[in-house]
Design a binder for this molecule. Structure first.
Ligand SMILES: [Zn+2]
Length: 416
């Protein structure tokens, strides 16, 4: 029921050229199954009470009464609302100066010496305050929505002190995002002398008890120069004891044991994998852990692409995400990520779609209601501005998202 007591109108999207949705009902989808898409041509989608009531061919559409808002889908195709399962979208400021210096040849060490890197975003985020941070996230969220993202995860990790970490999680949660606690993102300046072990003690004793009330998962940046295997295990074990799901940034620059740790602790996902070799591919492929691939980040940093084709061919479950953040992936667009998947990761558009819908929803524990266009699922829908949905991946950097429906409501639509 709406606020004034009226039953909300039903939404009928009719005369769509295609409706494309990952096949089946199980999650995560792995290996060869990633290519399986249910395709309905000349189709309609009926939404009721925020859920999908029906999907089918136009010839099976029954006459409806007047209480229906109709959307003309001619020339358009529909895919599930996109799910971005790995972002750092809750940040203040930007790092365009750093980007510009790096483009002109400055090294990471030189940028760090000039005050760049994660800690510059930490300074801006601490200074922004809760209202400033909420305004920044709202702006980023609007960008994501226009690009077709109807469900997003965002991590803390730009506070690195108790209050700002909790503020980030609160802001993400109240914006409707899925909050992940990434206190172990970097060692903050206050712990430069005491070291990473002392910071991990602080995280577990002083931050985790309250973070666990706000976040759904915990994440750690397991990497040389950030947190090592023992520190990552401590943070994740304590987080699991507090009821959080587990994620892990791993194998971005070096293989430091992230995949065995993620499997040992039954993590939801291990994310990045640009440096993963054949042993890691085999281990991940025979596990329940989802490999989250972030090709926009690899592109942005000029790093090797993750071994997506080998993972899928070995039977792994993969997801795709933006890694949206100010330093290494200033990119909110999952359609662009799908284009990179098709051109750089050698994934078929079908595999890319499954990876950023149902499998991403699985990483966020929402695959029972998000990531598919099927009866009973949330009415989160992207109308692609083409009669073939594969333009989502084909139109590189194009304005390919025509209309975004979330919870059965039109949230964004192309200007006439
Ligand atoms: Zn990340």
């Amino acid at each position: 029921m709406s606020k004034n007591g009226e039953k909300p109108a039903r939404l009928l999207i009719r005369d769509l050229s295609q409706v494309a949705s990952p096949a089946g009902r199980s999650a995560p989808v792995r290996g060869a199954e990633l290519r399986a898409i249910d395709l309905v041509a000349d189709a309609y989608i009926l939404c009721e009470d925020g859920r999908i009531a029906d999907v089918g061919p136009m010839q099976e559409l029954w006459r409806l009464d007047d209480d229906v808002v109709e959307v003309d889908g001619r020339g358009l195709s529909a895919v599930p609302g996109l799910v971005d399962c790995h972002t750092h979208a809750c940040f203040a400021g930007d790092r365009v100066d750093e980007f510009s210096q790096r483009a002109a040849g400055a090294t990471y060490e030189e940028l760090h010496a000039r005050g760049g890197g994660i800690l510059s975003t930490v300074r801006a985020t601490r200074e922004a305050g809760e209202a400033g941070l909420a305004a920044a996230l709202s702006r980023h969220q609007a960008w994501m929505l226009r690009a077709g993202t109807t469900t997003f995860e965002a991590k803390s990790g730009y506070g690195l002190d108790r209050d700002t970490e909790l503020t980030q999680l609160r802001v993400i949660k109240s914006a409707g995002g899925v909050p992940t606690w990434l206190g172990a993102h970097a060692v903050p300046p206050e712990f430069a002398d005491a070291g990473a072990d002392a910071y991990v003690d602080f995280l577990i004793e002083d931050v985790l008890p309250d973070a666990a009330l706000l976040a759904e998962a915990a994440d750690v940046f397991l990497e040389r120069g950030a947190f090592d295997l023992a520190q990552a295990r401590r943070v994740l074990l304590a987080s699991r004891s507090s009821g959080l799901e587990l994620r892990l940034h791993g194998d971005q620059f070096t293989e430091a044991g992230a995949i065995p740790l993620a499997i040992e602790l039954n993590a939801r996902s291990v994310d990045h994998l640009e440096s993963t070799g054949s042993t890691g591919i085999d281990a991940l492929s025979s596990s329940a852990v989802v490999g989250v691939l972030l090709p926009a980040s690899a592109l942005f940093l000029g790093r090797p692409m993750p071994p997506a084709r080998a993972l899928v061919d070995a039977g792994a479950a993969i997801a795709l995400a933006t890694d949206f953040n100010p330093g290494s992936a200033y990119c909110e667009s999952l359609p662009l990520v799908c284009a990179l998947a098709a051109t750089q990761l050698r994934l078929a558009p079908e595999e890319a779609l499954t990876a950023c819908t149902v499998n991403a929803a699985h990483v966020l524990s929402r695959a029972d209601r998000k990531g598919r266009l099927a009866r009973g699922f949330d009415a989160d829908i992207v109308l692609v501005a083409a009669d073939d949905w594969r333009h989502l991946a084909y139109h590189l950097g194009g304005d390919v998202v025509h209309t975004v429906v979330r919870g059965g409501r039109i949230e964004s639509t192309a200007r006439a």
